[in-house]
Design a protein around this ligand. Structure first.
Ligand code: FE
Ligand code: CA
Length: 551
């Protein structure tokens, strides 16, 4: 195997190229944790072009010249994770936190962590290794950019500090951009309110045969409310320490850890990583600190706990939107529909009629910069499928002029039609949206003229339900939903009562989505069923997906 010089730090120019951004779109900033170089993986012999495994393990280099902290209990309580793969690298994550509900429990010094990537689950064939410093400024989290990997390949990884060794995680690189990909298998999930139930869905997700997991928002909930089977660890969170402890609570869950350890994840956020229904810099509720300070705390804790290939936050700003290309088969645009959006219109009350504000041409869902980036990417894309991995429902759910939810794209009809117009004008007919937020399974279509269901289908949407989070006012919604299915041709499926995730099998000819639902989140374990399956034929996307009988 050819080993490249690798130092565990992020080469932003290379990242920008692979993400299809202009190199200057990502400015490398000096920041602890990203630019502190881990040691070099040395070549055991002359570099060769064949892909035979070296027999000697790479040398991780000298231990950084900082003292090992005194640890009296396991610091790997939050497991390991990987994410944001490229064709030659992947981000590896862990956080040293012996006491994850009490600020982490680490000394205030930086701590040296050994990371290793191997070609086998027993970690006997290590292909890359190095040291990284875990800094107190980032809650002793680490983000290692493990480079020099082969494309389209499973790897295993782990971390070590002193006598403590983390669990072994499994991860996978992307195929190269020019690779011909016959099949891609993914799962998509969202909304994992810990207090609302057990992560029975993650127990099953960890056993799925998929290449990557997409997470579409509401990884934590900020609320202090108790739940039916387990309670949040504190009142509503505002400070950095409170957000960190909330992530500690969630990430201590072993089913969630198993799902992270089994696959690379590609994550985005929605509102509850900060606060319910916030929009850009506008809060939905009052808080004891000003909203942008709260957002800065929340974004920093998010960065610290996610295996993401992005710069750390700069105060209340964190650039999260990015794209991933799976050879010639699919490009995933991972969107941020929170940070740059306009405030929800019309007072944002469920069931209210449309108002003049909804016609405001300056309204934004993605913000001008992200929208331009997305349209540019879609316009240039050469892949068979283009996928929007995003937060809120795009399908029009208009009840004779009254709206279910002004927080979703229904509240931003000008921005939505602008996106659809771009697809229309450029004859782009290969876009699928994967959506979270509403704690319901849904399958919908967006027409060329969004409000005219006689116009051809331009985009298909799969809404992934929630891992645990319960649906709003479930009983009141039931009638409403039956009405929707019966009267709205653009709504093909809608179920607020079930929890779980979706599994998608993507080929050049067909997109298949299976809705995988657990029987219960109120028991620690549960069975799982496929409650419905849909197929979208690439040759006839303008007629939308069809439900298939796979019982
Ligand atoms: Fe949610
Ligand atoms: Ca949400």
């Amino acid at each position: 195997m050819t080993k490249r010089h690798t130092d565990g730090a992020t080469d932003w120019a290379r990242v920008a190229r692979q993400l299809g951004l202009k190199p200057n779109a990502i400015q490398r900033r000096h920041f602890l944790g990203l630019v502190v170089a881990a040691a070099t993986a040395s070549c055991a012999g002359p570099a060769s072009d064949d892909h035979e495994m070296d027999t000697a393990s790479p040398d991780p280099g000298p231990l950084p010249d900082v003292p090992l902290p005194e640890l009296t209990s396991d610091p790997f309580t939050l497991g390991v994770a990987s994410g944001d793969p490229l064709d030659d690298s992947v981000i590896l994550w862990t956080r040293l936190a012996p006491k994850p509900l009490e600020g982490g429990g680490m000394p205030t010094e930086s701590a040296p962590v050994l990371w290793e990537v191997a070609a086998d689950p027993a970690m006997t064939q290590v292909v890359q290794a190095g040291y990284v410093l875990a800094h107190p400024e980032l809650a002793h989290s680490v983000h290692v950019d493990a480079q020099g990997l082969e494309p389209d390949t499973w790897y295993w990884y782990r971390f070590t500090i002193g006598n403590y060794v983390s669990p072994v995680g499994r991860t996978r690189t992307l195929p190269t951009a020019d690779a011909s990909v016959g099949e891609l298998k993914i799962a998509a999930a969202a909304c994992q309110a810990w207090k609302d139930g057990y992560y029975t869905a993650y127990h099953h997700l960890a056993q799925e045969d998929v290449d990557v997991v997409f997470f579409l928002g509401d990884y934590i909930y900020e609320s202090g409310a108790g739940g039916p089977v387990r309670d949040h660890n504190s009142n509503t969170v505002y400070s950095l320490d409170e957000y960190r402890n909330r992530y500690g609570l969630y990430k201590e869950d072993l089913d969630l850890q198993a799902a992270h350890a089994r696959f690379p994840w590609v994550v985005t956020w929605d509102d509850h990583e900060v606060a319910n229904n916030y929009a850009g810099d506008v809060a939905d509720q009052s808080s004891p600190i000003d909203f942008l300070s709260r957002r800065a705390n929340a974004y920093q804790a998010y960065y610290e706990h996610m295996p993401i290939r992005v710069l750390p936050p700069d105060g209340p700003d964190l650039g999260l939107y990015r794209a991933f290309r799976f050879g010639d088969l699919a490009t995933f645009y991972v969107l941020d529909g929170r940070q740059y959006r306009s405030d929800q219109p019309c007072g944002d009350k469920t069931g209210d009629p449309a108002c003049e504000e909804m016609k405001d041409p300056t309204q934004q869902m993605l913000g001008e910069g992200q929208e331009a980036w997305l349209l540019n990417g879609l316009g240039k894309s050469q892949t068979v499928w283009n996928v929007l991995a995003q937060q809120t429902v795009m399908t029009n759910v208009d009840f004779g002029g009254a709206f279910l939810n002004f927080d979703q794209w229904d509240g931003y009809p000008v921005a939505r039609q602008r996106l659809i117009n771009f697809l229309n004008e450029n004859a782009i007919d290969n876009v699928v949206a994967l959506t979270g937020d509403i704690h319901s399974y849904g399958v919908g279509t967006i027409n060329e003229i969004v409000t005219d269901t006689d116009s051809p289908v331009r985009l298909t949407e799969f809404v992934v339900s929630s891992i645990t989070s319960t649906a709003y006012a479930l009983n009141q919604l039931q009638d409403f939903i039956e009405y929707a299915i019966a009267t709205m041709p653009q709504v093909l499926f809608f179920d607020v009562t079930k929890r779980g995730y979706v599994r998608c099998t993507i080929t050049p000819d067909m997109w298949r989505t299976e809705l995988r639902s657990v029987d219960s989140v109120l028991e620690p374990t549960s069975d799982i069923q496929t409650i419905a399956s849909f197929e979208l034929d690439r040759a006839s996307t303008d007629s939308g997906p069809i439900q298939i009988d796979d019982a």
